[in-house]
Every structure is written in structure tokens, then in C-alpha cells.
Design a protein. Structure first.
Ligand code: ACO
Length: 325
């Protein structure tokens, strides 16, 4: 039986030039490399230059992904940007990326699911491609999180970084076997009862300001491992696979202790986890495509591999995707 599948054609990333180490932060606030590294695994992060925007980084990552796919901007008819740090309240930053790429057909819009944004965006693109509404999607995660941090709040500002990543996915007619390339399964979840555990204390309809990130770190941590493990289990069940079948686990890069906890609970081989949190910190919706880019560029992820993506973020939102690369 022939069916439409969303196949990953290319991946790209962009990181701002400025590196800020834990020792750099210890010059500004009461913290230390030991505290940050032991609690999170983070050693350094990138921070945007004054003239860089979420759209600027997104365009750079998108161009890299198009180049990697061997495609041109005109081949794209759907752009979905996952971000919590748009250039403006509106229009969607995705349309700025669309215009910068010189695309004026198809559709472009933003998705807001905080750190789960990329998983939500890729699952959304998958549905449009499988439904035959669009042919090729550019799915971008781009975040200038440094612009919404309270740099006096040591419990949050040490955790985040800036950057962008992108993938190109294409609808292909395949026979529907699990051995075929493409997105095999996706599960998305949210539970708004937890929206005050991780949020920004501003917004257009409330304060009229942009606001800063606020987080109950221990509460987020408490929920993360359980929720992540459950949604991964559901995603694997959907496709009829087990954790031992996974070639590469590419999680949202929030905290190495959360990643290790989830991997242990699922019995995933630690050697099979792609980790970038040490170098990038938590880049929210950009962290998964940046990690995919790193693991594809150095040859770890190869065509035919079974790749599991997972994320959890503010809302709470969480989800997982299984891809035959
Ligand atoms: N440097 C030094 N000390 C600090 C720092 C810092 N940067 N930040 C907090 N502390 C202090 C606190 O003030 C507190 O001191 P006190 O005991 O004197 O009051 C002490 O360290 C312990 O604070 P806790 O918040 O209880 O520290 P915890 O061990 O829980 O670690 C952390 C904090 C790393 C934030 C942890 O809770 C965590 O990882 N939570 C998950 C949050 C996360 O990853 N969020 C990312 C977004 S959500 C997502 O993507 C999944």
C-alpha cells in the first residue's frame, strides 16, 4: 500500500560567535563552574550579538539545512518556526524568515511550545505533508533566550543559551513499512495545570511587557523524567519498537541529569545519547535541531538509523517523535 511519509532531507544549524563560559558568569553573579556543571552538565553557552535576531539565526540555520538537502529556497512551500523569542509580537517570525529566503508562495507560521517547540513543529509539518497539503517543509527552531533572562537570577540565567537549527522534510510516496525512511510516530502532550512552574512574567495582553523567565527548578525536574519516559514509551508502542531498537536518542538539551535519568528509566544505552548541553546549554526550541546537526555532521547519525527525539518544556508541554533517518 502506497502512503505519504515525511522524509528528512537535510539538517543545519547556527550558533552565535560569542562563547560565555560558567567562569565568565561567575564574574557577574554568585555562582561557580562546579555548581553549574554538577547540577546541569553545562560548561558554556553561546549568546547573540547585539545586531542578531531570532530571524537572523533562523535564516542562517535554514540556509545550512537547504544546502545539506541539496535544495533551493523555492523548493519549500511550508515554513514552521518554533520559538518563544519572536522578533516581534506579530507578525510571526516565520514570515520574516520566508521573506529573507525569497519565498513568496506556500505558508509560514510560528509555533509556541517553549522547549518542546521543535517536536510540536515537526509533528505539525508531518501531518501537513502526510495529508498532501504541502510538499516540502522547513522546520526551524530559533531562540534568542538571552533576551528574556533575568541576568540577576542565578537560578535561571545560567541554564540557557542562544542558537538555531533547522531540518528540511519532504513528502515521499513509500509503501508504509517501518523500515522505510521518514517520521514513523509522534506523540504530543500538554497539561496547563503546571503553567506557573516555568513561565515568562510578561506578555502583550497581561503586562504589556516582554517579561523574564521564571522557574521552579526542582518542580520541573520532578516531573521531567516521568513525563518524558511515558511519552517515549507511547511513541515506541505506536511504531511497534522497543528502546533497544533505537540507534540515536536526541533529546531536548535541558539538563544532563534529566537526560541520564530518562535514559536509565528506559534502559537506553548512554553511548547512544546525543549530548550538546555542555557546549550549548538549553537553547529551548533550537536544542534538538542543533543536536541533530552536530550528530549528522560528525557522521554518527546515518541514513536508515532509528532516531528518537524527545522534549519537555513550559506549559507543561512534552512530546516525542520517532524517525527512520
Ligand atoms: N549557582 C550557585 N548556587 C545556586 C545557583 C547557581 N547558579 N542557582 C541556585 N543556587 C542555589 C539556590 O539558591 C539554593 O541555595 P539555598 O539552599 O541556600 O537556598 C541551592 O543552590 C539549591 O537550589 P535548588 O533550586 O534546590 O537546586 P537544585 O539542586 O534543584 O538544582 C536546577 C537547580 C539545576 C535548576 C534543577 O532544579 C534543575 O535542573 N531543574 C530542571 C530545570 C530545567 O532544566 N529547566 C529547563 C527548562 S525546562 C526543560 O527544558 C525540561
Amino acid at each position: 500500500m502506497s502512503t505519504l511519509r515525511s522524509v528528512v532531507k537535510g539538517v543545519g544549524g547556527y550558533l552565535p560567535k560569542r562563547v560565555v563560559t560558567n567562569d565568565d558568569l561567575a564574574q557577574l553573579i554568585d555562582t561557580s563552574d562546579e555548581w553549574i556543571a554538577a547540577r546541569t552538565g553545562i560548561r558554556e553557552r553561546r549568546i547573540v550579538a547585539d545586531d542578531e535576531l531570532t530571524s537572523t539565526m533562523g535564516v542562517a540555520a535554514a540556509r545550512a539545512a537547504l544546502g545539506n538537502a541539496g535544495l533551493e529556497a523555492k523548493d519549500i512551500d511550508l515554513i514552521i518556526l518554533a520559538t518563544s523569542t519572536p522578533d516581534q509580537t506579530f507578525p510571526a517570525t516565520a514570515v520574516t524568515i520566508q521573506a529573507e529566503l525569497g519565498i513568496n508562495h506556500g505558508a509560514a507560521f510560528d509555533i509556541q511550545a517553549v522547549c518542546s517547540g521543535f517536536v510540536f513543529a515537526l509533528a505539525t509539518a508531518d501531518n501537513y505533508l502526510k495529508g498532501g497539503q504541502f510538499k516540502r517543509a522547513l522546520v526551524v527552531g530559533s531562540e534568542a533566550f538571552s533576551r528574556i533572562l533575568d541576568w540577576q537570577d542565578r537560578s535561571t540565567c545560567v541554564l540557557f543559551g542562544d542558537g538555531a537549527g533547522a531540518v528540511v522534510v519532504e513528502a515521499q510516496k513509500l509503501n508504509g513499512a517501518m523500515s522505510d525512511r521518514g517520521i514513523l510516530a509522534a506523540c504530543l502532550r500538554s497539561d496547563g495545570r503546571y503553567r506557573d512552574k516555568l513561565y515568562v512574567d510578561g506578555g502583550p495582553s497581561s503586562t504589556g511587557t516582554v517579561g523574564h523567565v521564571r522557574m521552579d527548578g526542582p518542580e520541573v525536574f520532578r516531573h521531567a523524567v516521568t513525563k518524558i519516559s511515558e511519552v517515549i514509551g507511547d511513541t515506541l508502542d505506536q511504531a511497534g519498537y522497543q528502546a533497544s531498537d533505537i540507534d540515536w536518542f536526541v533529546p531536548h538539551q535541558a539538563n544532563k541529569r534529566i537526560l541520564d535519568g530518562a535514559a536509565r528509566k528506559l534502559g537506553l544505552d548512554p553511548e547512544r545519547i546525543v549530548i550538546t548541553v555542555d557546549k550549548h546549554a538549553n537553547t529551548s526550541a533550537a536544542s534538538i535541531p542543533l543536536a541533530l546537526n552536530a550528530a549528522c555532521a560528525d557522521g554518527r547519525i546515518k541514513q536508515g538509523d532509528l532516531v528518537l527525539l524527545e522534549a519537555m518544556g513550559g506549559g507543561f508541554t512534552w512530546g516525542a517523535l520517532l524517525i527512520r533517518w
